[in-house]
Design a protein around this ligand. Structure first.
Ligand SMILES: Nc1ncnc2c1ncn2[C@@H]1O[C@H](COP(=O)(O)OP(=O)(O)OP(=O)(O)O)[C@@H](O)[C@H]1O
Length: 267
């Protein structure tokens, strides 16, 4: 059973999940997850390794479709529409629900081309328009000042933290409504972590952000809401244990398992 404590209720542009299950082939990874992810807020997914946080995150823009033999049941709706319904174009979905991975993964192309890539695919061909999108996206990802005079430099020549902000700029260039971040700071230096966290706070006024993190400190620093996942027994699917306002969960977790986890007793 999941404990819901002042969890957001939303019908519109957030993500609505109802009794959602996920399988990798015969392996039942997630069971009975229901939640409303608040629009224009930051939600953190926490829980021990292997409890399905990344799996659940990847369900939100159908990245798991790329893995053979996976299937789902239940409802996952974005902006009021079932994202697993027939006729939904996963490529279009992934434009609206963008993703940032643990390892920064810029294309082996110039900084400019990394950011212009998505808009070009969407049919933007005018040089001045692309220039504007590249500049704005790099400004929004707080990278512009560092790279403005070297846009021809290969994205892979940047530092890890800069690469991660370049990946964020690349995602912002196609104007997503949701940003899924799968441990975005685990492979970058502490100064860059601070920059990415500041950036998340800035972006959350205009988009929904969901972050998977292993760091309780990071979840406490950045998130408005927190969802705790757990696989209680080996061989059983994982589920959502507690979900709600981050400060309330840290101050007084309702479920003993949440308390044990956030106080470091396991995981
Ligand atoms: N491509 C895959 N094929 C089969 N099983 C997978 C695949 N990816 C993940 N799993 C399994 O699904 C379960 C959940 O994995 P997932 O990576 O979602 O957990 P997690 O909570 O994000 O873990 P971590 O914190 O270590 O990243 C694990 O048992 C994992 O082994």
């Amino acid at each position: 059973m999941t404990v819901y404590r002042h969890a957001p209720q939303n019908g519109g542009a957030g993500i609505h999940v109802e009794n959602f299950d996920f399988w990798y082939g015969d392996f039942h990874a997630l069971s009975g997850v229901s939640m409303d992810v608040a629009p224009n807020k930051i939600t953190a997914f926490i829980g021990p390794s292997g409890c399905g946080k990344s799996t659940f995150l990847r369900c939100m823009n159908r990245m798991n479709d790329l893995i053979e033999g996976t299937h789902t049941s239940g409802l996952m709706a974005f902006d009021g529409n079932d994202i697993y319904a027939d006729g939904v174009d996963p490529v279009d979905l992934r434009r609206r629900v963008g993703m940032i991975f643990q390892q920064p993964n810029p294309f082996p192309k110039s900084i400019y081309e990394n950011v212009a890539f998505g808009p070009r695919l969407l049919g933007v061909n005018s040089k001045s328009e692309l220039d504007g999108i590249v500049e704005e996206s790099l400004k929004r990802s707080n990278l512009w000042k560092e790279v403005a005079d070297q846009l021809d430099k290969n994205g892979l020549a940047l530092s890890g933290g800069q690469q991660q902000r370049l990946c964020i700029a690349r995602t912002l260039a196609v104007q997503p409504d949701v940003l899924l971040m799968d441990e975005p700071c685990s492979a970058i230096d502490p100064t860059s972590v601070q920059r990415v966290e500041d950036l998340m706070a800035e972006l959350s006024s205009e988009m929904t952000i969901i972050i998977v993190t292993h760091s309780m400190q990071q979840a406490a620093r950045v998130s408005d809401y927190m969802a705790f996942f757990l696989q209680e027994h080996a061989g059983e699917p994982a589920g959502l244990v507690e979900y709600g306002d981050t400060t309330e969960i840290f101050n007084s977790p309702s479920d003993q398992r949440t308390e044990d986890y956030i106080t470091g007793r396991f995981g």
